[in-house]
Design a protein around this ligand. Structure first.
Ligand code: ZN
Length: 992
């Protein structure tokens, strides 16, 4: 691929990661009967690198009068294939010390092997090697040497030949190099001296030499990362333009966190210090290669500067190559621990080497903040969608993609899903995600893959040896963490062809994989490769309607369509993204899609009997199960206190697409089996049976940092009351308001919102502070629709209590928490409930909780709010925006008469339909503001993408004397059709 990475990040990544292994340290690799240590001298002249030439001189000892073979490095670590760049040799001469030319010949059976006979009186020869640079191999380039006028990347494997005989660990290299005069450089090699422009490096083994690339250039900046208690790490940037050096401090902080999150994950390091070598150049482009004490990363000039570019493959690159220091460098499949650079490698276990690295790189990338969990979920969904279509897994096992790695590096331009690519990356990553979920389930969340990583990849800091492994060790180590028949599990997954991608892990993570209308807008503004109808028709189109891919076995394949066919018309319209979208939507009722295709100079109609509408993979949260994905992605590092980092408010930060609402939270509320004393203390035995809610999050959800202090709530009910309890961790409990119905949120408070029938109208609100002062009110409608808030409304018979674990209004000590207990009489809630109150078993009410938290100072021994600072709003079910008065975003509380812990939450299948109706409501309001009229069709409305999980449906809008009513009808699985409506005042209701 010559294009820059697109939205198809994982796949491209799997091709560009020319991931290198290198034998690390001596010891185990003394393959020969007796060690034959040898030293070669290498002087590399890089002054012509801007002109794409490098000149090397190599001094090699030899035995007088004897034949000697010397090798170009062939199996380059991390590329997993014999791809040393001999095709780029521009000159090779061998001379005796007196300058006489020694003839050489190439081994006909191995082109990397050069043979010559040393003259009788000669004990060392001088080899001069000219290397042509910037000639990228087709699918790997991280092991090559590149340069332009301003930036250079040097891989020493392109500059040396080594003698046959000694192992790479036994071969010492004395390296020196000359750079263009004004260039600076960075490498994991240690500099011994610089004299007259010649840099002399400390001698290293051939292993370490090839494991230590160098970047250099006119503009080079080194940034020391904040690594806390972990070994030092530096971020080196070499760029075409000085402007590319100015990384945002937040981004630097994220890379610092990457190092600390790796420390928290692995527990130890296998290097003294680490060098992130990064080139930012549109000219040199994309490359990546791992090493033990450094990593080589090449991205575009602005990729690290612009938030919208630092996504996908680019975001993943640096964490991925970094993880390899543990997985691939310190620990390595035994078959890849070869003694030199010409012995072939057995790559069967690449699903560990690359698959586990891919998974951990993804996880660390989110834990350190480089990528938001929601964005990662989108990438994950795309990866699952790609793999689902890989029908080649029916004949070729995952392991075979690893064994055959070197012939699968490039994606096949035709029928790639039949052939498969290097699926051990992305499918391997899913396998490790499943193992992570399994460990968490089998140990009730006490253990995770993190524990396996510590045991398997952590190990002694600075090992004396690389540690090879085979499959039985993996199974045994997993067994130590969570007993299971891992060997059978892994063999079933890896060594055999499979009928379909195993997707059980999705449910284990607490999600459902479904195919729905999905995202219709491009992912975060990034260009997608063509228009996808892959999961519906089995077709991917170029922008001009040309078919660029046909998925095997899908309807387009069965209809004989092939790549290259041009579709000019669809359902009677000219082909376009919109026409495709509309035709797929209409297929539900039409039961077909009509194409007009070009064949030679003829047009031919073609009808596909397709009736399943838009189909894109979606991961939808299953609120009845714990969210293991969130647990996996949660940061671990606690070594450096995290400061609140405000992202600079630039246009680049603005999300080009409207945020998709997250699914409202769900909670099963059981009956209290004995009375509750409502005193604020949560010590009544009845509460023991009630589960805590998830910890509260920011009102805006994932887009904002997690709250500073934990808050959780519980609920119970009996024939008289709806009980709510909350515990608010708080180092400084204070309150000032004592007047009933004062505006309580001017203090820190706890708030409850209840909409019994979930119609967005006629709901209750109560706010309470640590002084047990409450404000209760009733809203006929949300403020957006005119409210009003009725302060006069009261809750006769409300029971309330507050308890403080600590001291109230005493700044000189640190408190623990305060807690609230509330009991709402059903009789009062019944007033506007429009449904049974107390509820029936299984009834769901819309409820949310909010906690307002102000920053404070201490003035004259008293708490004072910091003037002119906004409050924090932490909530149970995130609202997406700073507005509690959007009842459509509140959580679902399901009342149950079952024994506590035995009922499961039943997600309402109408949630996406209600979300869609709210999209229509907001778009209608905007339309009305602009046009002073309502519309009766969807076309003029700016609706945004369909909500995730949107079922097949029909929409109708009609005008009413007051405004309009929009109705959506759909058929939940196994149930009769439902019709839901919304009006101009946001009232949502279900028609009988
Ligand atoms: Zn890799």
């Amino acid at each position: 691929m010559t294009d820059r990475p697109s939205g198809d990040g994982l796949r491209r990544g799997s091709r560009l990661w020319a991931t290198a292994w290198v034998v690390i340290l001596s010891g185990m690799f003394t393959a020969s009967a007796q060690p034959q240590p040898t030293t070669i001298g290498v002087e590399v002249d890089l002054r012509d690198l801007p002109r794409r030439l490098v000149h090397s001189t190599i001094q090699i000892p030899c035995k007088p009068g004897r034949e000697l073979a010397i090798w170009h490095p062939k199996w380059i670590p991390g590329t997993h294939e014999p791809c040393g760049s001999i095709e780029n040799t521009g000159g090779l001469r061998i001379q005796s010390p007196d300058g006489a030319t020694i003839p050489w010949r190439r081994d006909e059976l191995d082109l990397y092997r050069i043979v010559f006979k040393a003259p009788a009186d000669v004990s060392s020869v001088r080899v001069t090697l000219d290397t042509i640079c910037n000639q990228a191999a087709i699918e790997a380039s991280g092991h090559l040497t590149f340069g332009n006028k301003l930036v250079g990347v040097v891989n020493w494997s392109t500059c040396v030949l080594y003698p046959e005989g000694p192992t790479a660990a036994e071969t010492t290299v004395e390296l020196s190099a000359r750079l263009p005069e004004t260039w600076k450089y960075a490498t994991a090699l240690k500099t011994e001296a610089v004299a007259d422009g010649l840099i002399r490096f400390a001698p290293v083994s051939l292993v370490d030499l090839i494991d230590s690339p160098l970047i250099a250039g006119e503009h080079l900046r080194t940034i020391k990362l904040e690594t806390g208690p972990y070994p030092p790490a530096s971020f080196h940037l070499a760029t075409d333009a000085p402007a590319s050096l100015e990384l945002n401090p937040n981004v630097i902080a994220q890379y610092s966190r990457l190092v600390r999150e790796a420390g928290a994950l692995f527990g130890s390091y296998h290097h003294d210090d680490f060098q992130f070598l990064v080139t930012c150049s549109d000219d040199l482009g994309y490359l990546g290669l791992e090493h033990l004490a450094s990593s080589l990363n090449g991205v575009g000039a602005r990729d690290l500067l612009d938030d919208h570019l630092r996504v996908g493959w680019v975001a993943n690159l640096i964490p991925h190559e970094y993880v390899h220091s543990w997985c691939g460098k310190y620990r390595r499949p035994a078959g890849m621990c070869t003694p030199n650079f010409h012995s072939p490698m057995a790559t069967r276990l690449l699903w560990v080497y690359e698959g586990l690295t891919q998974y951990l790189g993804d996880v660390l990338m989110v834990r350190c903040g480089l990528v938001k969990p929601e964005d990662y979920k989108r990438t994950l969904t795309g990866s699952i969608g790609d793999l689902v279509l890989q029908s080649g897994r029916r004949w070729r096992s995952l392991e075979d993609t690893a064994v055959a790695s070197s012939i699968l590096r490039a994606r096949s331009p035709n029928w790639n899903e039949l052939r498969r690519s290097q699926d051990y990356y992305s499918e391997g990553a899913l396998l490790w995600m499943e193992i992570d979920a399994l460990i968490r389930q089998k140990t009730d969340g006490k253990k995770s893959l993190d524990d396996f990583c510590k045991a398997f990849l952590g190990g002694p800091t600075k090992p004396e040896k690389v540690a090879p492994y085979e499959l039985p060790e993996i199974a045994a180590r997993l067994n130590e963490i969570a007993p299971n028949d891992w060997k059978t599990f892994l063999e079933d997954r890896v060594t055999r062809p499979l009928d379909a991608l195993p997707v059980d892990f999705v449910a284990r993570l607490g999600y459902r994989l479904q195919f729905g209308a999905g995202p219709s807008a491009p992912d975060h503004g990034r260009r997608r490769v063509g228009l996808s109808a892959r999961h519906s028709l089995g077709l991917t189109f170029g922008d001009d309607g040309r078919v660029v891919d046909v998925a095997p076995g899908m309807i387009a394949d069965r209809s004989g369509l092939s790549k290259g066919t041009k579709v000019v018309g669809i359902n009677g319209r000219t082909f376009s993204a919109e026409a495709l979208h509309d035709a797929l939507t209409a297929s539900v009722s039409d039961k077909k899609v009509d194409f007009l295709i070009v064949e030679g100079d003829r047009l031919r109609p073609l009808t596909l009997a397709y009736a399943d509408g838009l189909r894109h993979p979606e991961l939808v949260r299953d609120p009845s199960q714990p969210d293991l994905l969130a647990a996996i992605l949660k940061p671990r590092d606690t070594t450096v206190e995290t400061k609140k980092e405000e992202a600079p408010k630039t246009a680049a930060n603005a999300s080009p697409t409207k945020p998709q609402p997250t699914l409202p939270k769900g909670y099963v509320c059981y009956r209290a089996d004995r009375p509750i004393a409502v005193d604020g203390k949560l010590d009544d035995p009845a509460w023991d049976a009630a589960p805590w809610t998830d910890a509260f999050v920011d009102i805006e959800g994932d887009r904002k940092p997690l709250p500073r202090f934990e808050t959780r709530a519980k609920m119970l009910w009996d024939d008289e009351y709806f009980y709510i309890a909350a515990r608010l961790k708080e180092p400084h409990v204070w309150g000032t308001l004592t007047q009933h119905d004062a505006v309580i949120f001017q203090d820190n408070d706890f708030e409850v919102f209840i909409d019994p029938d979930g119609d967005n109208h006629e709901y209750y609100e109560i706010e309470i502070n640590a002084l047990n002062t409450e404000w209760d009110l009733f809203l006929k409608k949300p403020y957006r629709d005119g409210g009003p808030a009725e302060n006069a409304w009261e809750i006769p018979g409300l029971k309330k209590g507050v308890a403080v674990a600590g001291t109230l209004n005493k700044p000189s000590d640190v408190d623990e928490a305060w807690s609230v207990e509330l009991a709402f009489p059903w009789k009062v809630l019944a007033e506007f409930a429009h449904r049974p109150s107390p509820p029936n078993d299984g009834d769901q009410w819309r409820v949310n909780f909010s906690r307002v938290e102000w920053l404070h100072d201490v003035v004259d021994g008293q708490y004072r709010k910091v003037p002119k600072t906004p409050e924090d709003n932490w909530v149970w079910s995130p609202q997406g925006v700073v507005d509690m008065h959007r009842p459509e975003r509140w959580g679902f509380v399901q009342f149950s008469t079952a024994k506590p812990g035995t009922a499961s939450f039943r997600p309402d299948p109408a949630v996406p339909v209600r979300d869609r109706l709210m999209q229509i409501y907001h778009a209608q309001s905007a339309f009305q503001r602009n046009n002073k009229a309502w519309t009766e069709t969807l076309d003029p409305l700016d609706l945004g993408p369909l909500p995730a999980g949107m079922p097949r449906h029909t929409t109708a809008i009609r005008k009413t004397p007051e405004g309009y009513e929009a109705a959506i009808t759909f058929e939940p699985q196994g149930q009769p059709p439902q019709t839901w409506t919304v009006r101009q005042d946001s009232r949502i209701s279900r028609n009988p």
